[in-house]
Design a protein around this ligand. Structure first.
Ligand code: HEM
Length: 204
């Protein structure tokens, strides 16, 4: 039987993705989450979902610029763990915050624009997670690549969700939106060609 070999970056990733959850559980059991535990847990899981999604989107452009293929192996785990944190984030919202009260949840999800965008992002991540297997890749062929470009839409919508839920004047969500737009721009063919040309000049 062929043994699967893991690249050191994969090992770091598979361990690293559990760190925010471990710290959250530690802080929860040691009373370190402040006065509003639910809000703190919601914010932390939402932020981790966003960070992992952005890291997943960064793998392809950074691998192109550095000509370092192992980064491509990190796209799937980073995307899947982003989905895991988004699911915990959503579960805290509906389970802990709203006690699974369907009428209240429906009202909250449909009335708050940041929640509608968050839900859309979550649904996209769900579709991407389900279809991320080799089986779906074979089944969908060329359409798989097109479908998985939705990761950029998810990244962008996650930043819109963030922009809409913070007070005016807070710059952090705009910085995240800028990063996602730069990563998207890096995938546009002329920009990609330009980057490759600059890289080959610098290397030669
Ligand atoms: C139905 C789906 C979702 C709902 C209902 C939801 C709801 C919330 C709520 C209630 C907050 C805290 C607002 C506050 O008290 O200030 C929040 C924050 C946040 N959410 Fe979501 N969310 C959803 C999906 C997502 C997804 C899919 C992502 C990312 C992939 C995400 C990323 C974030 C981020 C980055 C924050 C702000 C964290 C911070 O301020 O540090 N959310 N969300």
């Amino acid at each position: 039987m062929k043994r699967r070999r893991f690249h050191p970056l994969q090992i770091i990733t598979y361990i690293g993705v559990w760190v925010p959850l471990t710290i959250l559980l530690w802080d929860l059991t040691h009373d370190n989450l402040g006065a509003d535990i639910i809000r703190e847990a919601t914010l932390r899981t939402g932020k981790t979902a966003l960070v992992l999604l952005v890291l997943s989107l960064a793998c392809t452009p950074v691998s192109t610029i550095l000509n370092y293929k192992p980064l491509l192996k990190l796209r799937r785990p980073l995307g899947l763990y982003s989905f895991m944190y988004a699911s915990i984030h959503f579960s805290i919202f509906i389970g802990v915050d709203y006690f699974f009260d369907l009428a209240l949840i429906k009202e909250a999800l449909l009335e708050k624009r940041f929640a509608i965008v968050g839900l859309t992002t979550g649904l996209i991540l769900l579709v991407l997670a389900i279809t991320s297997t080799q089986g779906w890749k074979r089944r969908l062929k060329k359409r798989w690549n097109q479908l998985h470009k939705l990761a950029y839409v998810a990244g962008f919508l996650a930043t819109v969700h963030f922009v809409w839920l913070v007070k005016q004047g807070v710059v952090e969500p705009w910085i995240w939106m800028g990063i996602v737009l730069i990563l998207l721009l890096a995938r546009v063919p002329p920009v990609k060609r330009f980057t490759l040309a600059v890289r080959s000049r610098l290397v030669s």
